[in-house]
Design a protein around this ligand. Sequence first.
Ligand code: BV8
Ligand code: ZN
Length: 237
Amino acid sequence: MQVAVFSGAGISAESGVPTFRDDEVGLWAQYDPYEVSSIDGWNRHPELVWAWYLWRWQLSRRVEPNLGHRAIADWEQHAKVHVITQNVDNLHERGGSSTVHHLHGSMFEFRCADCDHPSNPVMPELTEPVLEVAPPVCDCGGLIRPGVVWFGEDLPDGPWNAAVEAIDAADVLIVVGTSGVVYPAASLPERALDQGKTVIQVNPEPTPLSDRVTVHLRTTASAALPGMVQRLPFLLG
Ligand code: BV8
Ligand code: ZN
C-alpha cells in the first residue's frame, strides 16, 4: 500500500509552532504575513524578514515532534509513505519520517541571495524576538537568506516532481493541517481527487477541500493520526 501525506502548519501547531495564519503574537503581528514571507518583502526590508526567520528558527529548534508526526512515521512499518509538506520546519524528519518532500524549502538551509552559494551562518541566540536583524553577508557581498520558497518565487523542481509522482502512485492521500489556499501546493489534493483517489482530511476547521474529500475528520492531527494506521487497510477495502 502507498500512502501520501500532504501537511501544512497545522501539524506543527501542537508542537508549539504558530501556524502561518495564527495572529502572530508580538512583534510581527503588525505586518501582513505575506509581507515577511515574500520575495518582494525581502527585497524591501531584508533585516525585518531575516529577524522573523531568526525568531522562527529559534522556536522550531526548541520544540519537539508531536503524536501526529510520530504516527505518520509509524505508518512506514505498514506501507510506503511519502510526506509532502509545505512546512519549513524539520519536525517530520525528527519525528522519524524517512521520505519528506519540502515543497516550500527549509528554514534550516541558508544560501546567498546573490550567488546562491550555500551558507552555514553563525546564528545569534535570541532570548526574545527582535524586530530587525541585519542578515549575514556572503563573501561576494550578497545577503544570506533562508532556504525557503517565498510568495512570488517558483517551487523547487525536485520536491515538486517527487510530490506529483507520490500523489499519482498513492492508494490514499491524508491531508492534514493545511488551509489549502496556497498554490501550486494546494493543487496536489485536487489532483488526487480528480484521479478518484481516497482523500482523508484531518483539520478541526473546514477548508476549500471539505466538500470534495472522501472523509473530513474534524479534529486535530494528534487525535486522529495515531489511530488511523489500523483503519487504513479497511478504508481502502
Ligand atoms: C508561485 C514558506 C509561481 C515560507 C510559504 C500574486 C503574485 C505572486 C504569486 C501569487 C499571486 N497570487 C497568487 C499567487 C500564488 C501564490 C499564492 O498561492 N498565494 C495565495 C496566498 C493566494 N503562491 C506563490 O507565490 C508560490 N509560488 O506561485 O510561483 C509564481 C512566481 C512568480 C509570480 C507568480 C507566480 C509560492 C508559495 C509559497 C509561499 N511560502 N511558506 C515560510 O513558511 O516561512 S507559504 C506558507 O503558507 C506555508 O508554507 C503554507 O504553504 C502556506 C499556508 O499555510 P498552511 O500550512 O496551510 O497553514 P495555515 O496557517 O494557512 O493553516 C493551518 C491549518 O491547520 C488551518 O486550516 C487550521 O485549521 C489547521 N490546524 C490548526 N491546528 C491543527 C490543524 N490541523 C490539524 N491539527 C491541528 N492541531
Ligand atoms: Zn554570494
